[in-house]
Design a protein around this ligand. Structure first.
Ligand code: 5GP
Ligand code: ZN
Length: 124
């Protein structure tokens, strides 16, 4: 898609700090992180919003979601269990959709936030 900044990252026309890549999915660090760890997971094929997705996108959407815990593990933000049934760590996943959803870049992306709080603008 012309003039799509995330398609340009997929095509390596503009640089990004890429943390994962396969045939269908790309993940990279957000340029303006709102948390100590702030990653974006995108489908390589352009789709503007989650509202534009249907059953044909289920596989890539599933891959994006399943990648989040793998990247969380690699970036030290996975949930850990101390053995007493108490959990620590963890992360937030977020897909902003459309103007009312606060979407600014119109290439579907899932945010993954984690690390020591506070996080900017993300509540508790
Ligand atoms: P949205 O508000 O659309 O859900 O989030 C868009 C995100 O993309 C923002 O967090 C913003 O910082 C990030 N972003 C925008 N342009 C670039 C870029 O050129 N490179 C990277 N790595 N992130 C970007
Ligand atoms: Zn795009």
């Amino acid at each position: 898609m012309d003039n799509c900044i995330f398609c340009k990252i997929v095509d390596k026309q503009i640089p990004a700090n890429i943390v994962y890549e396969d045939d269908e999915v790309l993940a990279f660090k957000d340029i303006n992180p709102a948390a100590p760890v702030h990653l974006l997971i995108i489908p390589k094929q352009h789709v503007a919003t989650l509202s534009d997705c249907s059953a044909e996108h289920a596989t890539v959407l599933g891959k994006m979601l399943a990648l989040a815990p793998q990247l969380a593990q690699e970036h030290g933000i996975a949930v850990t269990n101390n053995g007493n049934g108490e959990r620590s760590g963890g992360f937030k996943t977020l897909i902003n959709t459309g103007p009312d959803g606060g979407q600014e870049v119109y290439h579907l992306h899932m945010h993954v936030y984690g690390g020591k709080r506070p996080w900017r603008g993300l509540g508790t």
